[in-house]
Design a protein around this ligand. Structure first.
Ligand code: SAH
Length: 250
């Protein structure tokens, strides 16, 4: 009998930010195919006989190419296994989840998708940043930092009512900033860079577009991080800054 692939969103890291559905599927899975981001300390929670395969990717390194991951999912499901493909955040937000679904469907493997808490919203939130806020930001533009900065991203950066959320953007900060300033985005647009959101070593760097390159270099910003550009990134939007620090991580 053919098994099934469940493409499961794991959220930004802590186990208690998994959905109940994700949890139920994980604890009963025959095979768990894990990523680098999202919940990683699952060993003690899975079935002792579960096969755990880590295909985690470091930025710039792809230990397991996407077509091999796809083939792996199909292979295990064909062997009759219940396969959980656990992804960081939500599977359909820059997670190549669509490609994995397509690969399963093309191979005739039943597949379903369990949504997850995406870092695009939850990581800013962990630093006290609402991605929309009445009277401040009425729209959100979510983009990845790889490749050229598109016209739509420049328009979002320029629009005072739009929050721009950049994933996978740490190494691209100098290029994004240069393109934005050249396109006429105000140098004083607030920027917040939130590293390791929802982890104990979470860190938030507040700066502006004009100072972001210097400040990111000075503080040694590292992946994974979410970059937020827009008025919601101002340090004192909700509370005086000193009241926000320390109480946002468990
Ligand atoms: N599908 C995922 C995103 C995958 S792209 C989601 O919905 O969250 C990977 C990027 O997500 C990282 O480069 C980083 O920008 C962001 N990210 C994921 N988890 C994070 C975390 N805990 N803290 C900061 N950034 C995170």
């Amino acid at each position: 009998m053919t098994g099934r692939v469940h493409l499961v969103g794991g959220g930004p890291g802590p186990l208690d930010l998994l959905t109940v559905r994700a949890w139920r599927l994980l604890v009963s899975a025959d095979v768990v195919v894990m990523d680098r981001l999202g919940p990683t300390d699952l060993r003690g929670e899975l079935r002792p006989d579960a096969e755990v395969i880590d295909v985690g990717k470091l930025p710039g390194h792809h230990p397991v190419p996407q077509d091999e991951i796809n083939a792996l999912l199909v292979d295990r499901a064909r062997a009759g296994k219940q396969v959980v493909r656990l992804k960081g955040g939500d599977p359909f937000v820059f997670g190549r989840g669509g490609e994995e679904v397509a690969a399963c469907l093309a191979a005739g493997i039943p597949v379903d998708v369990v949504p997850g808490v995406t870092s695009a919203v939850a990581v800013p939130q962990a630093a006290g940043i609402p991605v929309t806020h009445r009277g401040v930001a009425t729209a959100v533009h979510i983009v990845h930092g790889q490749g050229p900065v598109s016209a739509s991203t420049l328009a979002a950066l320029r629009d005072p009512e739009v929050t721009t959320v950049i994933l996978m953007g740490v190494s691209a900060i100098p290029r994004i900033v240069a393109d934005a300033l050249r396109a006429g985005v105000a140098a004083d647009r607030p920027v917040a860079i939130v590293e390791r959101g929802h982890h104990l070593d979470q860190r938030t760097t507040r700066t502006t577009l004009g100072s972001a390159v210097l400040d990111a270099g000075r503080t040694g910003i590292r992946n994974p991080a979410v970059i937020v550009v827009g008025d919601v990134a101002r340090a004192e939007l909700l509370l005086p800054a000193h009241e926000m620090t320390g109480d946002t991580v468990r």
